[in-house]
Each structure stands twice: as C-alpha cells, then as structure tokens.
Write a protein that binds this ligand. Sequence first.
Ligand code: PLP
Length: 403
Amino acid sequence: MEGLDKRAPFTAAGGIIPPEFRNIKTPCYILDEKALIKNAKLLGKVAKETGCKMLLAQKAFSNYDCYRFFEPYLAGTEASGLFEARLGAEEMPGKEVHVFCAGYRADEFEELLHYADHIVFNSPSQLLRFGLMAKKAGKSVGLRINPECSTQEGHAIYDPCAPGSRMGTTRAQWDEAILKNPELLDLLDGIHFHTLCEQDSDDLEKTLASVKKKFGDLVSRMKWINFGGGHHITRPGYDIERLKRCIQMAKEEWNVEVYLEPGEAWALNAGFLLTSVLDVLKNAETQLAIVDASAACHMPDVLEMPYRPPLLGADEREEGITVRLGGPTCLSGDVIGDYKFGQLPKYGDLLMFGDMAIYTTCKNNTFNGMPLPDIWLRQADNTMVQLTDFDYTDFKGRLGRRR
Ligand SMILES: *Cc1c(COP(=O)(O)O)cnc(C)c1O
C-alpha cells in the first residue's frame, strides 16, 4: 500500500498501533518474542514443579526461528507426520521427537524412524503393521486410546471421542485385537490420548477418570502416558493447580512418566495479523469494510472453528458503529467478523487482529492467488525482524512444474 508512513497510528476501532508496526507492508503476521517467552516460562514452570515433560505440538505453531525461545523449557516436539518430525529434529537438535499420525505409510516409515524417538499408533492394525519395526529401531512405541469421554459440546469437528470417531482405540477395539494378536501388548511402552481443545483442567480430570476406568490396567504396565494437547494452560484463569494434581495422580497411580503436548498454549496471544482497509461500503443497513487479509486464506480457523478473532480497540467498546470486516477474495463467506468502531474506517487505515500466532502461519493458503502474508518477529527490544519473503513463486511453485 502506498504512503506507508502516512498511516494513522491509531485504528478507527480505537487503540494505538505500536510504532514498530506502523511502517511494514500488510497483510503480515507479527510474532511476539516477549509473549512467546512468557508462555514458555509458565509451561516450563509446570514441567519443573510436577516432573512432567512438555512438548511443542508443531501443528499449531512451527515458526522455527522462535524455537529458541522455547528450548530451555521443553523436552521436545510433537509431529503429525514425517515433515513435522523432520522439522523438530532439525530445528530442536538434541530434543525428543514424538510422532502421532492416524495412518503411517510404508514408503515413509523408515525415514520417519530416522527422526522420531516416540511413535504413537492410532489403531491396533497400525501397531501390528509397523510396531515391531519401530521397536527394533529402538523407538518408544505408544498407542493412542479413545477414552470415550466427550468433554466439549457442539464442536464435533474437534471431538475425537464423538461416536464413530476414527481417532484412537476404544477398549472394545483393543480387547478384540489383543485376542487375535496377544503379542501387541509387548510392543507397547506408552499410552497416548488427545481429547481436549482449548479446555481447562477440570475436563482433563474427567478424562483421566475415564482413562483410569477403561484403560487403567493397561497404563499401569507402561513407561509413560501422554495427555495430548488442548490444555489451555497459558490462558488467564486456567486452573494450573488442578492440572498439577492430575499429573501427580497419574504418576502415583500408574508409576509412569507424564508427557503433555500442547500446541496453542505455547503461542497463545503471542502474535498479530496486521491488515489495511481496502474499501468501505454499505449494503442497506450493513456497514462493511474490505481488508487486505482474508479469513479463508490467512486465518482459516475463523471459518473452520468458527470463531471471531480479537481486534485491537474494538472489543473494549460498548457503543459504536458496527462494521463487518471481510477479505478481498471471491468467497462470500470470507468474513472475519462484526466489530464495533469508534469512527468509520477509511481506505488505508491499519487494523490489528490479536492471537494470530496459532493455527495461522502453519495453516494458511493461496486460494484466489492471495499472497502469503510475510511473517515478522518483534524481538524483546521491540526491533522488527522479517522472517519470510513470500512472493509470486510461492503461489506458482505449488501448482505446477514450469518455473
Ligand atoms: C492438535 C494436537 C495437539 C495440540 O493441540 P492444541 O489444541 O494446539 O494444544 C497435540 N497432540 C495431538 C495428537 C494433536 O492432534
């Protein structure tokens, strides 16, 4: 956008754009070193006080230039497959690499063994197919269980315990498998569950009760248990004391090592998406503005989850003009949300969305030929470092062969 230096330092919604953000090209993501370190310290404190091990689930946040902020506080990374496992091994050398994938592939498995330390299988049949190979390579082998304990309402897309779920092994599935293949039990070093999403420790406590009831006998034969992710530990108000009791309970009840692998919690409220207003319009009673960031491309969870991201200045406001913000793509539903503004925004105005470090930079896309927003880091001393330099080749390169 032209005239970067002429932009107002405050947004029409209210709130002041930090000076170091004012002169960079939009749209862009800004990761915040201080906030990342604050989260990491809190997670590290829980690990230290309980003796559990914290992993970073990379699918939520994998901007590896920032891994150094987490390194003192975590035991390793968690990956959803080969590429994330490789990234964890490359970018956190010397730390543990854990993998969970609902379906491993024979043509990748050997390479995966090269990077991973812990391999978690989703089903007895995957365990049967690959377990021995992992074991022979000296890996720690786990099974993801389904404790059949739904703790979230209305979010079937995020509920691995929903009826008919493909995620994890139910007790009935396990009992049936072990009748046919008793040798499966000897392959297992650990039990893994992942059933939470942005939840507090009361839901973890409920889940653990179900794990104990359905799988307690199995867990007590294991070396470790992994509580998965979805623990919103760094959210203000999260009940950390109860989490600590849960970890303690597992250690005492089953004499196992406890792993947690949050994703969101590491980078919660630790990033921004800066965008500029491209147009302001009105359709009957609806006041609209088009911005240069797209929900569909740059914040896909806004549509998938769905949720409305915080906007600087708008959320503290009770009175004001309601403006519906949407992206420049052709998708009618590319709407970020309705926000209260102190005054009508105008062309060129800067707007700043909060909590934009998670499930964004690792999940965006170039639908409509939208450019990928560059990623910046605001360092602890408020200086800005540009981490990426995306351009047309990032769009074209994933669509075909000719350069
Ligand atoms: C998604 C996921 C995580 C991380 O979840 P968050 O909600 O980001 O904390 C951890 N483990 C597994 C197996 C996952 O699928």
